[in-house]
Write a protein that binds this ligand. Structure first.
Ligand code: ATP
Ligand code: SF4
Ligand code: MG
Length: 367
C-alpha cells in the first residue's frame, strides 16, 4: 500500500447545473483543482461567477430540486459526492466546515451564542455533556472574544457585526475541521474589522494546520492571506496557481483586468477606479467560444468560435485558459491587430461595442 498522503481536497470536473425557466444555468461547469494540506486557496471572481455554488457543491448544500451535480470531491481521498446524506452530515463540523457571509442569517437569533456552540459539540459528540459549557466558553475565547463567560449568554443581536462573525468562526472551528470554507467572511464588515477577522482566520488556520478555501471578490485580501489563487469566470476556472505568481504574472486577460481594477494607494484620491468593461454573461446564455470574449481586449475570431482549454506551466503549477495569454508574443500580436483594426473580434467598432457593454467611461481601459 502507498504511504503517500492524498491532498486535503481534490476536485475533479465538478459541475452544478440548475434548471431554470430560462434554460440550464451552468453555474459550476467543469471545475478541477487540488488543495494541498494546510494550504489556503483563495477563489476570486466577479459576482455571479459561481464561487458560492462551488462551495455549496463541495459541502453538498445545493438545492435538492432542479439541480444536477456531478464530478468528484475527494476530501483526504474520500469522494463526498458519493456519500449518503446521513454520512455527509456526520462529517460537517469535525472534518469539513463553513463560515457564511452573513452571520445574522446563519446564526439562530433566539439562542444564546454559547448554547449554539454547545449544541454543535453535542450533536457531533465532540465533548462529554458535563464539559459542554466550558468547551463553548473556550471556543469563544479562542477567537478573541473578550469576557467569553458573559458573551456566551448573549443573543446574536446583542453583539456587534465583528463579534458575530467571530462567533460564526468559533462555531465553524469548534469541531476542529480539516478543511474550512469561508465564503466572503468579511464583506459585511468595515475595513479595520475585516483585517482583524482575516488575521484571526489565518492564525487559526496556521495553528490548526487546517486547509482553507477563502472565497472573496477582493484580490487584495487574496494576495495577503492565500497561498494559492483560483480565478473563476462564468462557472469555470480561468486561472490558478501560487497566489504571488498569478498576481505578478497573470496569463488570463480576465485576471489581468481584475488586477488592474484594484485601487492603488499611490493614486490621487480623485483617481477614477478602473473597471472591467461590460458584464459577465448570463449563465443560461453563455457565449459559444471563450466566455470572456465579449469583454476581452485581445479577443480574435478564434475566441468567438473555439473554447480554450486549460494550459499548464508545469514548473510553477500555474494554469490558465486562454488562446492569447498575457505576456506572450501571441497576446501582443492580438492587441496590435485589434488596435490596428479599430475593432474587437466581435466585429463591432470599439465605440459601438463599448456603448453596448460598458458605456463611454471604459473606453481608455479597453484599448
Ligand atoms: N438555485 C439556483 N438556481 C438557479 N441559478 C442559481 C441558483 N443558485 C445560484 N444560481 C446562479 O448561479 C450563478 C453563480 O452564483 P453564485 O452565487 O455562485 O455567484 P458568486 O460568484 O458567489 O457571486 P457573489 O460574489 O455575488 O456572491 C449566478 O448566475 C446565480 O444566479
Ligand atoms: S484572448 Fe481569447 S481566449 Fe483569451 S481570454 Fe480573451 S477571448 Fe478568451
Ligand atoms: Mg457568493
Amino acid at each position: 500500500m502507498s504511504d503517500v498522503q492524498p491532498p486535503a481536497l481534490e476536485v475533479r470536473n465538478l459541475q452544478t447545473h440548475f434548471e431554470t425557466p430560462h434554460g440550464i444555468a451552468r453555474s459550476v461547469d467543469g471545475v478541477s483543482f487540488t488543495l494541498p494540506t494546510s494550504h489556503v486557496l483563495a477563489v476570486v471572481g466577479e459576482s455571479g461567477s459561481g464561487k458560492s455554488v462551488l462551495s455549496r457543491t463541495i459541502m453538498r448544500l445545493t438545492p435538492k430540486v432542479n439541480t444536477k451535480s456531478s464530478g468528484e470531491v475527494l476530501l483526504s481521498g474520500v469522494d463526498l459526492m458519493k456519500l449518503r446524506e446521513k454520512d455527509m452530515r456526520s462529517i460537517w463540523a469535525d472534518r469539513l466546515s463553513m463560515v457564511f457571509q452573513d452571520p445574522m442569517t446563519a446564526l439562530n437569533p433566539v439562542m444564546p451564542v454559547g448554547d449554539q456552540i454547545s449544541e454543535l459539540l453535542l450533536r457531533h459528540k465532540l465533548v462529554p455533556k458535563a464539559e459542554l459549557k466550558t468547551a463553548a466558553i473556550a471556543a469563544l475565547a479562542s477567537v478573541g472574544i473578550p469576557d467569553p463567560v458573559a458573551r456566551a449568554n448573549q443573543y446574536p443581536h446583542e453583539l456587534s457585526g465583528g463579534m458575530r462573525q467571530r462567533v460564526m468562526i468559533a462555531i465553524a472551528l469548534a469541531g476542529n475541521p480539516e478543511l474550512l470554507i469561508a465564503d466572503e467572511p468579511t464583506t459585511a464588515l468595515d475595513v479595520t474589522i475585516q483585517a482583524q477577522i482575516m488575521t484571526l482566520l489565518r492564525q487559526q488556520q496556521t495553528q490548526r494546520r487546517m486547509s482553507m478555501i477563502l472565497i472573496t471578490h477582493d484580490l487584495g485580501i487574496a494576495s495577503a492571506y492565500a497561498d494559492d489563487l483560483m480565478v473563476m469566470y462564468a462557472g469555470q476556472v480561468v486561472e490558478r496557481g501560487p497566489a504571488a505568481e498569478v498576481l505578478r504574472k497573470p496569463r488570463s486577460p480576465y485576471t489581468e483586468a481584475l488586477r488592474r481594477s484594484i485601487p492603488r494607494l499611490a493614486n490621487p484620491s480623485h483617481a477614477r477606479l478602473e473597471v472591467i468593461p461590460g458584464r459577465p454573461p448570463t449563465m443560461t446564455d453563455l457565449p459559444k467560444g471563450c466566455r470572456f470574449a465579449p469583454r476581452c481586449r485581445y479577443a480574435q475570431d478564434k475566441c468567438l468560435t473555439e473554447v480554450p482549454g486549460i494550459e499548464k506551466e508545469t514548473q510553477t503549477e500555474h494554469e490558465y485558459r486562454c488562446f492569447y495569454p498575457v505576456g506572450t508574443a501571441a497576446n501582443r500580436g492580438a492587441l496590435a491587430l485589434n488596435l490596428e483594426r479599430g475593432r474587437t473580434a466581435a466585429g463591432l467598432p470599439v465605440s459601438q461595442r463599448l456603448e453596448k457593454h460598458a458605456g463611454q467611461r471604459s473606453k481608455e481601459i479597453l484599448l
